[in-house]
Design a protein around this ligand. Structure first.
Ligand SMILES: Cc1cc2nc3c(=O)[nH]c(=O)nc-3n(C[C@H](O)[C@H](O)[C@H](O)COP(=O)(O)OP(=O)(O)OC[C@H]3O[C@@H](n4cnc5c(N)ncnc54)[C@H](O)[C@@H]3O)c2cc1C
Length: 353
C-alpha cells in the first residue's frame, strides 16, 4: 500500500464510477442496477455518477451511453478500440486503469460477475488501493477508527456476507482511493428510465498497443441458461442439499411429484451450486421470489436467503430429517424424515387423487 496523505488523496478524488458490462450489445441488467445504487451514493456525496463503457463500435456504444444516461448516469465515457470488441483481461485492465487514473473517482463499482471478479482485483492492485468483493449493500457514513480515534467523513461502508453467510461484515477503506467494490447481481433494483434526462457523453482515448492483445478469441461457445418461470406456479416442489445421498434420483422424484401436483420444481442455492439442477430453478435472495399456494421443501435447511424468496407462500410444507432445522419454524406442516422415504409416499398419494 502507498503512503499517500489521506486528506490530499481524498480531495483529489471525486465522483462515483460504474464500470459497465455489456451482453449482446447492451449494458447488462446488473450494470443498470449499479447505476441506480451509484446515483444514490453520488447524490449523498454531492458528486456526479460517471459510467465507463468499452467496445469496438462507437455508434453502438453511443446508444448504450444514452440508455445509461436515462438510467441515472450523469456522464458516460466511451473507450473505443477494435481490440475491445470482446472482453479480454489485459487490455480492459489497462484501459480502465488509465481511465481511473485520469478521472480520479472516489468510488468505483463493478458487478461481481465473472468479468468484474477478474478485472477489479487487477485494477485495485495497479492503483494500490483496497477492494471489497461480493458486496450486498453499500452505504455512505462517517467513520471513526476504533484504534486511532481518527474521524473520517463520508466513507463507503461496504457490506458483505462473511463466514459462509453467518455474519455481515462491513469493510471500509478510508485512507486509500478510490474505494472499490464488486457488487452482487440483483441486490439493488434496476432504476426506472427517465426519458427526459440528459447528460454528457464523450470518448476517452487510451494508449493500447499490440503487446496488450496477447490473447485472441478463436471460438466462442454461448452457454444458454434455462430460465424457469416459478413466479406464476401454484405449487412448487423444491429440493436442497439434503438430497445429496442420490441427487439424480432425488430430483427425478421431485419432478414426478411436481407433475402429479400440476406444479414446478424449485431448488435451494445449495442444490444449484452443486449443479444438481439448473440455476434457473433457484429460489431465494439471489434466485426467484415466489408466492405459490403450496411450497414443499425437501432437504432444505431454511437459511435466511432461501426464506427471503419463499416466505410469502400460502402454505409451506417442510421435509427434513433434522427436527431442529430452521425451516420448521416457518412451515405450516412439517415432516421429520428422510426425503427419499417421504417422496415416493407423497407421489403415490398425489397420483391416487
Ligand atoms: C448473499 C447470499 C445469497 C444467497 N442466496 C440464496 C438464495 O437465493 N437461495 C438459497 O437457497 N440460498 C441462498 N444462499 C445460500 C444459503 O445461505 C444457504 O447456504 C443455502 O440455502 C443452503 O441450501 P440447503 O438448504 O439446500 O443446504 P443445507 O443448509 O446444507 O441444508 C440441507 C438440509 O437437508 C437436511 N437433510 C440432509 N439429508 C436429508 C435427507 N436425506 N432427507 C431430508 N432432509 C435431509 C439437513 O438436515 C439440512 O437441514 C445465499 C447465501 C448468500 C451468502
Amino acid at each position: 500500500m502507498s503512503n499517500q496523505n489521506e486528506e490530499t488523496t481524498k480531495k483529489e478524488h471525486s465522483g462515483v464510477l460504474v464500470v459497465v458490462e455489456r451482453k449482446a450489445g447492451e449494458p447488462t441488467n446488473g450494470s443498470l442496477q449499479l447505476t441506480g445504487k451509484g446515483k444514490e451514493l453520488a447524490e449523498q456525496l454531492g458528486v456526479k455518477l460517471i459510467a465507463v463503457i468499452l467496445g469496438d463500435d462507437e455508434s453502438a456504444l453511443k446508444t448504450n451511453a444514452e440508455s445509461l444516461i436515462r438510467h441515472s448516469a450523469d456522464e458516460v465515457y466511451m473507450i473505443v478500440n477494435p481490440g475491445l470488441a470482446e472482453y479480454h483481461t489485459l487490455p480492459y485492465t489497462k484501459a480502465i486503469t488509465q481511465f481511473i487514473t485520469t478521472k480520479k473517482p472516489e468510488i468505483v463499482l463493478f458487478n461481481a460477475s465473472t468479468t468484474g471478479r477478474d478485472l477489479a482485483p487487477r485494477i485495485a492492485a495497479r492503483l494500490e488501493t483496497g477492494l471489497t468483493a461480493d458486496c450486498t449493500n453499500l452505504l455512505i457514513e462517517d467513520y471513526v477508527d476504533p484504534r486511532t480515534k481518527k474521524e473520517y467523513e463520508n466513507v463507503l461502508f461496504q457490506v458483505r456476507p462473511a463466514f459462509g453467510g453467518d455474519v455481515l461484515a462491513t469493510i471500509v477503506s478510508p485512507e486509500h482511493f478510490p474505494q472499490m467494490a464488486t457488487v452482487r447481481q440483483d441486490v439493488f433494483d434496476t432504476p426506472e428510465a427517465d426519458h427526459e434526462k440528459t447528460g454528457l457523453i464523450e470518448k476517452f482515448e487510451v494508449n493500447l498497443d499490440d503487446s496488450d492483445f496477447l490473447l485472441v478469441t478463436e471460438e466462442k461457445i454461448e452457454y444458454k441458461k434455462k430460465t424457469v418461470d416459478l413466479k406464476g406456479a401454484k405449487v412448487i416442489v423444491s429440493g436442497g442439499r439434503g438430497l445429496g445421498k442420490d441427487p439424480e434420483k432425488g430430483f427425478e422424484l421431485l419432478h414426478e411429484l411436481a407433475e402429479a401436483l400440476g406444479g414446478t420444481v424449485g431448488a435451494s442455492r445449495g442444490a444449484a451450486d452443486k449443479e444438481w439442477i439448473d440455476r434457473g430453478h433457484q429460489v431465494g435472495q439471489t434466485g426467484q421470489t415466489v408466492k405459490p399456494e403450496i411450497y414443499i421443501a425437501f432437504g432444505i435447511s431454511g437459511a435466511i436467503q432461501h426464506l427471503a424468496g419463499m416466505q410469502g407462500s400460502r402454505t409451506i410444507i417442510a421435509i427434513n430429517k433434522d427436527p431442529n432445522a430452521p425451516i420448521f419454524k416457518y412451515a405450516d406442516y412439517g415432516i421429520v424424515g428422510d426425503a427419499f422415504d417421504v417422496l415416493p409416499k407423497m407421489i403415490e398419494m398425489a397420483k391416487s387423487k
